[in-house]
Design a protein around this ligand. Sequence first.
Ligand code: SF4
Length: 330
Amino acid sequence: MSAQTPILETKDLRCVFTVRQGLFKAKKPLAAVNGVSLQVRKGEILGLVGESGCGKSTLAKILLGLQDPTAGALLIDGKPSSSFSRIDIARRVQPIFQDPFSSLNPRKTIGDIISLPLRVHKLARRDEIRPKVLDIMDLCGLSKRFYESYPNQLSGGQRQRVAIARALIMRPELVICDEPTSALDVSVQSQILNLLTDLQKELNLTYILISHNLAVVEHMATHVAVMYLGRLVEQAPTDELFRNPRHPYTRALLDSVLTPEPGMGVPDSQLGAAFPNPIDPPRGCTFHPRCPKAMDICKQAAPTPIVSGAGADYDMVECHLYGPQEARAA
Ligand code: SF4
């Protein structure tokens, strides 16, 4: 158990978009993030998993200050995010996106790209910029000869190292890694994951790791949050979650890794129905049409989260199969 204040915490965070649907283009609400409460402490790696369209990317944008939530609270070091300026948030929280090919400006040199945050936020004198950039390039395994190169002169793995260096030049506490290796060749994926692991230890970083690759999450994360249709349905320390998945959706995700074509989408043949339309989600537990364990109550009432533990032992499941007694015993 840890009494340490989370670096980042969300409480009942919601983000609802209005979309137009149907013949008459009627306006309908789409809850991309629907009451998410999570916390991550210094040195932890929170793995965030779920199928495409479950709300992971919208949640990441809110955490980065790129999308305003509709409701709920976002706390940084225990204080409301609204009490921090954009520059304060940028110094604390930085992203690494999945596609280094599109996230780097092709007309700028590597030195310009990595130093941009320092120059935009006026965090270094002119004569300090080059040494700082070379320092972080070295830390990220990039030769200094790339300083004057352009992105198209680098390999995919080298470009992702540039993206990592650009994120770390601000010396953030928390890095949000959104599918950091999914656009790379398999041969370089492990190099980038090893680099992220080494940097996390060396700089005492905290990560939120969004990944469709459960093997990566199992290898790197200290704890895992599973997202379905905008809600977190299970959170647990990584060993616990992989050894004893409790929510039927988590079990389906882990089983899907064992199918001939593993991917983040759970094959509908393994479940009772297709992924539902988020504009018109099922009543009760939104997973009930696909759930092999659904009961009558699941069609009527949404389950509430059963929470136990704290810090790295933080533990939550949201399913009618569990009450406070069975939550971890099952
Ligand atoms: Fe399945 Fe019911 Fe649990 Fe939902 S609440 S996951 S339908 S058992």
